[in-house]
Structure formats: C-alpha cells, structure tokens
Design a protein around this ligand. Structure first.
Ligand code: GRF
Length: 250
C-alpha cells in the first residue's frame, strides 16, 4: 500500500513541499503533520494553480457543529488559495462552534434553528430566502447534519455541494468513519459532491484517499480524514466555481 501511495503522490506532485498546503496552520508540528498526511494521501483531481474568478465567487455556507471545514474555506480565501467571498454562514444549532468561528473570523452568521420549523421543507424555504437575499451563486454544506429537500436542491441546481467523510459511493449516511473501520477497509477518505435528493449520492467533484492504519481508532482516522477534508473542500469549490462560470457563459 505504501508503494501505491508513493506512486500516486508522485502523480499528484505532493512530494513538493509547496503542494502540502502547509499554510493551513502556522504551528510547526501541525505543518509537519499536514506534510506527512499529504505524502500518504491522494487527492484527485490534483490541486491546480489558483483559479481567478472575476468577480470572485460569492458563497453561502451551511454548518451544524464544529465548523472546521467552514474555517478551512475562510482560511483558503484569506491565504489566496480560493478566490471567493463567503457572504453568509447559516447554522441550525444556536450553540455550535461554527457560529463562534464565524464571529471570530468576521463572517456574517444567521441561525435557522430546525426545531422552530414545522417541516424540513419550511426550513429549506428559509435557507433559500437567506441565500437569495445574499445573491450567492453556490452553497457549501460544510457539515450540515440535516437532510435537505428538493426545495433547496432545486433552488441551486448543480450549485449545492456537500462534503462527506468517505470515498463515495462507499459508506453513505451517518458515521462513515465508523462504517469504514467496521468494514476493515485499508483505504478510506473524503468526497465532495453535488447534492441530489438521495443522501450522499450526487456526482463526485473530488476525492481524497486516506490510508486506514492498523493502529487507527475512530478518533485518529477521523482526524486524518478531516485534515484532508480541509484541503479538498477549497479546491472542490474552485472546481465547482469553474463549472458555474462556464455554464453562465453558455
Ligand atoms: C465533516 O467530517 C464532513 O465530512 C461531515 O461533517 C463533518 C463536519 O466537520 N459532513 P466540521 O463541522 O466541518 O468540523
């Protein structure tokens, strides 16, 4: 397996330090961790030169919990790896860490608490209204732990994207990391895909493969996958953005 990863990383050019996206952290120990992960992992399609969008992409983001993927997007924008702007973060849990991150990072945040809506559809109508008010051209579900309905999907056709901690189509749904460990697969990873009505089922934009080590437990594998998510999501948004702009031209 080591050899396979070494070959694919040569293809991905990840042996080069600058491609390890070490700028995700300024902490030296974390940086070396990122490099180690990058050497062991495969991202496909491989990271490209920075894509310039004129005007820059205008994004909405949805999060339910920790919000580390949301922060990875903000950092990618701040570090000029993603030419975008996040107009609004929507959270459904008032006390979630994602909301605190938004406050710290200066990103406007609105709460749509699902408990206050009579149905999934009503919640999604509120989401559509919020995102339309901010004229976003695409929406990123960065750890949104609610099933979305055709109301939201139809409002953003091919413009609603989700990140999932497995190599889809394997291990859809809840606790994908636990499912991978249970299945004893030697490789897992993360996927970014377009959202369709079936959960975790839409066309895949990009994936990162991550080795499952014999010493892994749920936490260690989750952390390794998340570090790759933080690299995969910004580059997937750039890929999706290219498609959106191409569509707009035709
Ligand atoms: C990520 O693992 C993502 O794949 C899944 O939910 C998790 C969110 O993590 N959909 P965070 O809130 O971004 O830290």
């Amino acid at each position: 397996m080591q050899l396979v990863f070494s070959i694919v990383n040569k293809m991905n050019n990840l042996d080069k330090k600058e491609n390890c996206l070490t700028s995700a952290s300024s902490h030296p120990r974390q940086n070396s961790c990122y490099e180690k992960d990058a050497r062991r992992s495969l991202i496909w399609p491989p990271p490209q030169a920075r894509q310039i969008f004129n005007p820059r992409l205008n994004l909405g983001v949805m999060a339910s919990g920790n919000g580390s993927n949301f922060e990875a997007l903000v950092k990618a924008i701040q570090n000029s790896r993603l030419d975008a702007h996040i107009s609004i973060l929507v959270v459904n849990n008032p006390n979630c860490e994602a909301r605190r991150r938004a406050q710290r990072l200066g990103v406007p945040c609105v709460i749509h608490n699902h408990r206050e809506f009579s149905s999934r559809e009503e919640l999604d109508k509120a989401l559509v209204k919020t995102f339309s008010n901010h004229a976003v051209e695409g929406v990123v579900m960065a750890g949104w732990m609610r099933i979305v309905t055709p109301i939201l999907i139809a409002a953003f056709p091919n413009r609603l994207i989700n990140i999932h901690p497995s190599l889809l189509p394997s291990f859809r749904g809840l606790d994908a990391v636990g499912q991978a460990l249970k299945a004893r697969v030697p490789i897992s990873g993360c996927s970014v895909h377009l959202v369709t009505p079936q959960v975790d089922d839409g066309p895949v934009l990009a994936q990162a493969a991550v080795p499952v080590l014999s010493s892994d437990d749920h936490q260690s594998l989750s952390e390794r996958i998340q570090r790759m998510e933080h690299q995969l999501l910004p580059l997937s948004v750039a890929l999706a953005g290219q498609n959106w702009r191409n569509e707009a031209q035709n």
